[in-house]
Design a protein. Sequence first.
Length: 258
Amino acid sequence: MQKRKMVKKIMRIILATIALLNTEAFTISTCSNHARTRTSWQMSLNSDESSPTTAPQLRFLGKGERAVVRPGAVLIAPNHEYNHFLMRAAVFIHAVGVNEHEEHVTRGVILDHPTAFTMAEMGGGSVYGTLAHNVLYQGGDVGNDSAMLLHAYGHNDDDENARVECGDMIGTSGIYEGGLYDAMDLVDTDLVDPEMFKFFFNYVEFSDMEIEGMLAATDSDGDAWASMEVPPSVILNNDFGRGECWSYLRNKMKQMNV
């Protein structure tokens, strides 16, 4: 019965809205209240600084109230998070701005909540070719069952013919949103890797007060929400099962001793 309800819910996805989640009735902010300047407590597994043209390596951006929350960052839930969607979740922040209710909010997609369906099964013919075989992930519980496409091909120094026409890079993440038809054409002509495209339906949304409350919640062991810069290959991984990206990033933080 539960699976049948999920199928009915997913079947209502309107794939025509792919790449439109952050446009109408949403004004992008230039920064977040928590997008603080980097300081000495931020650690990295790679010493190279990320830039708009180079994808980031794994980089720790803080924990608890010191965590950096901005587009392009990934938030990692603590062990004590028991929200159904957020427990054992890694959340890629794709937008910070003002929503249709004039509220300043932060939006993201959960990276490791796969559904049991591919885009061929759920797309109603809107997604075809090789990309139709990609798994559909549930990004959250907000968004009127609309869908979005994330990928790593909005910028390509090596081959301009392998570039998807879409919006700007999300922060300095190496991740772009939209450009479905370009993406399908480029994948089917073997110019780009289909594994570097990932589909989500819905997203999570937090008010400023909710973000502050989340970051302030620290348990007796010092565990709290943390933020990281993460390579596109991790964000776009289409093989993650439930909680697997979360486990991977938590283990990386342990290696950093943070």
